[in-house]
Ligand binder design. Structure first.
Ligand SMILES: NC(=O)c1ccc[n+]([C@@H]2O[C@H](COP(=O)([O-])OP(=O)(O)OC[C@H]3O[C@@H](n4cnc5c(N)ncnc54)[C@H](OP(=O)(O)O)[C@@H]3O)[C@@H](O)[C@H]2O)c1
Length: 342
């Protein structure tokens, strides 16, 4: 990004999976940072993070720390955002929140730049929310189809990497895999992060269950997809599944459209759409895997085909780096747009 001024930036949760990626992306994209303040919990206070600009110290989160800050990125969970985001706004910062806390607030835009950047104009609370890491690839892939022929229904099943559960999710799969390979522990015992063993397993539960039998993660994906696409009544059915991959969420999508599009026309449309890498069904490599998409910026789409069970049905396979486009990159893209106005 080229800019004539520099911005004071704070990152809350700088030592986490998303916060670390955010730091990397801000440097890669040359976001014009003047002062940089890094916050985490007491556990990490005093830690030094090595960056291109030199070592930067991590401080314990402190309400006074937002004075003079232009952009405050929040990646430390909903409770921290709920308490400290309004303090950061009061101190004059634009808050970009990675947690789910403000996503359904009508005065907080929920933004994926390739899809609804115009929503950034109305941010009464000074807070901008970034969606869940499964919602983002879904809306990037479906926006061009929605614009062309309208959406009538979405059915989705996700395959979500352990990094979606933060750095402790990554540590849990590493530890369990090593233990199982050593044949020391073959049980189904859960951990503090996942309700069952995740190594060599799949868990159809991401987050807690609600009264209707859906999980909170599934409810987020439904509500966020509707909000970002401005389709409040869109029927959406989602099953979220945790799988033993480290990075990259994938989603099998079945969509019914208002008017028939057809798989080849859908491929043509997706190939030209922003933020998408299309894997042609007629090519030798008609789909991405989560391993392919790690450390990439795009939403990868493959296996686009007609749904034989419905006259206007389409099926797609979508994958994206959950920590990058699903979280940190999306937040930085939002900041780049807002910075152009400041
Ligand atoms: N991981 C993903 O794929 C993903 C995608 C989209 C959205 N998100 C959201 O992004 C946020 C961060 O997720 P993550 O995966 O990066 O989690 P994480 O790896 O567990 O990192 C959490 C961060 O929050 C900090 N923190 C915890 N308690 C704190 C406190 N009391 N005061 C200040 N800082 C505190 C931690 O600091 P310490 O190191 O000191 O513990 C760490 O820096 C969450 O809201 C999550 O839902 C995550």
């Amino acid at each position: 990004m080229t800019s004539t001024r520099e911005y004071s930036v704070a990152i809350v949760g700088a030592t986490g999976a998303v916060g670390s990626e955010l730091l990397k992306i801000l440097e890669e994209r040359r976001f014009p940072i003047g002062e940089l303040r890094l916050f985490a919990s007491e556990r990490s206070a005093g830690e030094l993070i090595e960056l291109a600009r030199g070592e930067v110290r991590v401080d314990r989160l402190d309400p006074e720390g937002f004075r003079g800050v232009d952009f405050a990125f929040f990646c430390a969970g909903g409770a921290i955002s709920a308490e400290y985001a309004p303090i950061a706004v009061e101190a004059g910062a634009v808050v970009i929140d990675k947690s789910s806390h403000f996503r359904q607030d009508p005065d907080v835009p929920l933004v994926v730049p390739e899809v609804n950047a115009a929503d950034l104009e109305a941010r009464e609370r000074g807070i901008i929310a970034s969606p869940n890491c499964t919602t983002i690839p879904i809306v990037v892939a479906l926006k061009p189809i929605a614009d062309a022929v309208g959406l009538a229904r979405i059915v989705a099943a996700s395959y979500q990497a352990v990094s979606g559960g933060g750095k402790r999710g990554i540590e849990t799969l590493s530890r369990e895999t090593t233990n199982l390979l050593n044949l020391r522990d073959a049980g189904d015992g859960g951990s503090s992060v996942f309700p069952h063993r995740i190594a060599f397993n799949c868990i159809p539960q991401v987050d807690a269950f609600m009264a209707d039998g859906a999980t909170k993660e599934e409810a987020k994906v439904v509500a966020e997809t509707r909000k970002v696409l401005h389709l409040d009544e869109l029927p959406v059915a989602v099953t979220c599944v945790r799988v033993p991959t480290f990075f990259g969420h994938a989603v099998a999508l079945t969509v019914e459209t208002e008017r028939k599009l057809g798989a080849r026309d859908a491929e043509r449309l997706l190939r030209e759409s922003p933020g998408i890498v299309l894997y042609d069904t007629s090519s030798e490599r008609p789909y991405p895997t989560p391993a392919d998409v790690g450390d990439t910026d795009a939403v990868h789409v493959g296996r686009v085909r007609d749904d034989p069970s419905h006259p206007t049905g389409l099926q797609l396979w979508v994958a994206a780096d959950n920590v990058r486009k699903g979280a940190a990159l999306n937040a930085v893209q939002i900041a780049e747009i807002v910075a152009r106005e400041l």
